[in-house]
Design a protein around this ligand. Structure first.
Ligand code: ZN
Length: 196
């Protein structure tokens, strides 16, 4: 905990000291992030750290295995979809980054076919990116495919599709390799991930 308190003091000094501090300005003028990131809860994959962004720059949703769920407009509680709606329809973000990563525990849980009764929520959540036609054993390979699946889900949301079609929103499919600290982006023309 000591390290956290030291970090907090550094944050206060850098961003929240004085009348014209970053935080004071963000409080007065509100947030206007142009980029949304969907990333995993994994402690090694913090978008603000990886991309060295100050407060107010990234609108971030983190969930197990960085999943964009299918568009399901029903009475249930859809946290990630609500965040997407707020970012796209109200903040008018210009870029949406789906950030997958290597050694993902969520993907591992999916591939190891955990029994639905072994946990309360995890298996059911990651089943959103289950690819029934293909058998995969390679965790990183599947994680890369899952990013593409989330991308397809994103385009099911009518207000996302409309923004993409009109060129107001760009969706990026990224994959972060933990060991090397490198990010690759999916390239449509070459149909593969290429290092940024
Ligand atoms: Zn993960």
């Amino acid at each position: 905990m000591k390290k956290l308190f030291e970090g907090y003091q550094k944050f206060r000094q850098k961003y929240a000291t004085g009348d014209d501090s970053v935080m004071q300005t963000l409080s007065e003028h509100g947030q206007r992030p142009e980029i949304m990131v969907i990333s995993c809860c994994d402690s090694r994959v913090d978008p603000a750290v990886l991309l060295q962004c100050d407060p107010g720059k990234l609108f971030v949703v983190r969930n197990i295995a960085n999943i964009i769920p299918p568009y399901e407009k029903d009475e249930k509680h859809h946290g990630t979809s609500a965040a997407l709606e707020f970012a796209v329809r109200f903040l008018h973000i210009k870029n949406l980054i789906i950030l997958g990563h290597s050694k993902c525990g969520g993907i591992q849980a999916l591939l190891s076919q955990c029994n639905l009764y072994q946990n309360d929520f995890i298996t059911n959540w990651v089943s959103l990116i289950e690819n029934k036609n293909n058998q995969h054993t390679d965790v990183d390979g599947y994680a890369k495919k899952a990013v593409l699946q989330s991308y397809n889900h994103a385009l099911e949301f009518p207000w996302i599709k409309q923004q993409v079609d009109t060129g107001m929103l760009t969706i990026h499919r990224w994959f972060f390799d933990i060991a090397t600290g490198t990010i690759s982006a999916f390239c449509d023309t070459e149909n593969k991930y290429k290092e940024l």
